[in-house]
Design a protein around this ligand. Structure first.
Ligand code: FAD
Length: 595
């Protein structure tokens, strides 16, 4: 076998978004030799696209805010399916993680008295999102990236991991390839942290970019870990709907947080018609009260436009289905008639430019057209809440690829705080474990040969399936049959079609050679996209109720019995198996917070 490039680290971090960078910094600070691998350029992860802010109960704007309120909001937003311990650690530690970012050089927007400013977002009782205009992710990444580079952490950019390698049941490292040259590379590492982000590219309409093919989810599954809550995919209520080339691109929730309202084709502010019982007590029931809330949050209740995302997405879907949509199949999001042009340009500069440049719409003068877009996956690798370790020794996960934290639905702003809190915890624990374990497994030549052959398989088939056609067909299946509203009959059809696609991907063929070959890259990504799609469809079929991001037309009610169960996906040979497992028990002192 030809020699391949090889490196050795204590902790290998796969992914250079907020979770990966924060984990790498923590592992380095704990004394580990750390490497980061990322599929695209450093600084180009999804985290950079985050707009609205980082949720943390810092009480800078509302002194009534504290971690208990944040914990309660997060659990209620997740429809009580969140891992309570993750939600607790997240709410308790997020303020310190934001202050630490500031110490490291992040420049947040300020309150008039000079504190870090915090803005309103759906599902958060108080203004809680620390932000930098609508470019918060950019500042977060800039700060973490500068620190990681200054610490001398080695980064392998445009390098894709295609397999996790184990030895005697433990993680021994990872195998991958340089995207430009197509050459293989292996990393020996007793601790591997997955921080690979989301799965959005399995869907036709998505806010996610090309990298989000569920690689970390699939790698973990194949290594023997389980994925939890995969039926819960978040469809963000407001993506662009027009022109077709930009369909799905995110329109930040900050537009609604800053006063924007949703209207149907009749001009009606329809969200008042969709306030669920669960949120009635804390939601305004008249336009007057909703509008007063922006100035006086103590004596008024929140506008229904700021209900959790799943509620708003379903409402928009229902309006469009009822024939009250906008010309291009969405609804209207109007901030122009509610705020001055100066305010809009100052608070929402990216949105202003996005609509001007991509849709020729001036959002200071006219409403936007928006509709749901696949945005985030609540499901992910099941991990220990305190350490981030999966059920496979030495394999860790943090950020969007990890499951449990957000339950059935994530609140806006809770991802950036999740990345910081659990990125740090996971990096530290991955480093401590290397010292604790002492010995280091190594990757065998046999493993490398098998991983190389698997990666090269699409070159050995002539006249087989085209990866782009298969990707298109997969996205159609997921969009049409496992989308925002689901039924058993549709998901059974989806599973049959996914089985057909699984057959087809064994016959994928690519032309040319290994040097920068996007068709080959897609062929490798497709295996992961399909695995993840099967998990979503199987879990969604199994959960016969509606909750959070999972809406069943044939089981529209939320069922208390299901509120006590998580679904775990594991691989059994090539098949995805599902098990029902009880939710971890919340201690009484936390339970009290819901009385
Ligand atoms: P990412 O930032 O997605 O990074 C993943 C990394 O993994 C990348 O470096 C990628 O190259 C790498 N990778 C993937 N696969 C491989 C592989 N096989 N090999 C090597 N590397 C790999 N959340 C909020 O809290 N507030 C917001 O305001 C907000 N706004 C958002 C706006 C948009 C447009 C989008 C898309 C998301 C937004 N989110 C927001 C969600 C949030 O940005 C993401 O959930 C979060 O950034 C995910 O971070 P991460 O570190 O887990 O992964």
């Amino acid at each position: 076998m030809a020699e391949i490039e090889r490196h050795s680290f204590d902790v290998l971090v796969v992914g250079a978004g907020g979770a990966g960078l924060r984990a790498a910094i923590a592992a380095h600070d704990a004394g580990a030799k750390v490497g980061i691998v990322c599929k695209s350029l450093l600084g180009k992860a999804h985290t950079v696209m985050a707009e609205g802010g980082i949720a943390a109960a810092m009480a800078n704007v509302w002194k009534e805010d504290n971690w208990q309120v944040h914990f309660r909001d997060t659990m209620r937003g997740g429809k009580m399916l969140n891992h309570w311990r993750m939600a607790q650690l997240h709410a308790q530690e997020a303020p310190d993680r934001v202050r630490e970012l500031e110490e490291w050089g992040a420049l947040f927007d300020r309150t008039p008295d000079g504190l870090i400013s915090q803005r309103d977002f759906g599902g958060h009782r108080y203004a809680r999102l620390a932000h930098v205009g609508d470019r918060t992710g950019l500042e977060l990444i800039r700060t973490l990236q500068q620190r990681a580079v200054a610490l001398g952490i080695e980064v392998f950019m445009e390098c894709t991991v295609t397999k996790l390698v184990k030895s005697d049941g433990r993680i021994a490292g990872a195998f991958g390839y340089w995207r430009e040259s197509g050459r293989f590379i292996a990393f020996d590492a007793p601790s591997v942290v997955l921080a690979t982000g989301g799965i959005g590219k399995s869907y036709k309409v998505t806010s996610n970019s090309w990298e989000y093919t569920g690689d970390g989810h699939a790698l973990a599954l194949e290594a023997g870990a389980s994925l939890v809550n995969m039926e819960f995919v978040q469809f963000h209520p407001t993506g662009m709907v027009w022109p077709p080339s930009v369909k799905g691109i995110l329109v930040t929730e900050s537009v609604r947080g800053d006063g924007g309202v949703l209207r149907n084709s009749e001009g009606r502010r329809f969200m008042f018609d969709y306030i669920p019982e669960f949120f009635k007590a804390e939601t305004a029931d008249s336009e007057e009260e909703a509008d007063r809330w922006y100035e006086d949050k103590t004596n008024n209740r929140r506008p229904p436009e700021l209900l959790p995302r799943d509620e708003v997405a379903r409402a928009i879907n229902a309006e469009v289905k009822a024939g009250r949509g906008s010309p291009h199949g969405g609804v209207f999001l109007d901030i122009a008639s509610r705020r001055t042009p100066e305010y809009i340009r100052r608070r929402l500069p990216s949105m202003y430019h996005q609509f001007k440049e991509l849709a020729d719409v001036d959002i200071t003068a006219e409403p936007m057209e928006v509709g749901p877009t696949c945005h985030y996956v609540m499901g992910g690798v099941a991990v220990d809440p305190d350490t981030g370790e999966s059920s496979v020794e030495g394999l860790y996960a943090a950020g969007e690829v990890a499951g449990g934290m957000h339950g059935a639905n994530r609140l806006g702003g809770n991802s950036l705080s999740d990345l910081l809190v659990f990125g740090r915890r996971t990096g530290l624990n991955a480093a401590y474990a290397v010292v604790r374990r002492g010995d280091r497994p190594t990757i065998s030549d046999e493993e490398i040969r098998a991983a190389s052959e698997h990666a090269l398989a699409p070159f050995s088939i002539e006249g087989g399936e085209n990866p782009y056609t298969v990707q298109h067909d997969l996205q159609e299946v997921m969009h049409n049959l496992v989308g925002i509203i689901r039924t058993a009959e549709e998901m059974e059809r989806a599973l049959t079609q996914l089985a057909g696609l699984r057959e087809r991907i064994t016959r994928l063929s690519v032309e040319g050679h290994r040097q920068y070959n996007p068709g080959w890259h897609l062929a490798l990504d497709l295996r992961n996209m399909l695995r993840v799609s099967e998990c979503i469809a199987r879990a969604a079929l199994e959960r016969t109720e509606s909750r959070g991001g999972h809406t069943r037309n044939d089981y529209p009610a939320t069922d208390d019995a299901w509120g006590k169960l998580n679904l775990h996906c594991r691989l059994d040979g090539e098949a995805v198996g599902i098990t029902r497992e009880p939710l971890p028990q919340m201690p009484d002192d936390l339970r009290e917070l819901f009385n």
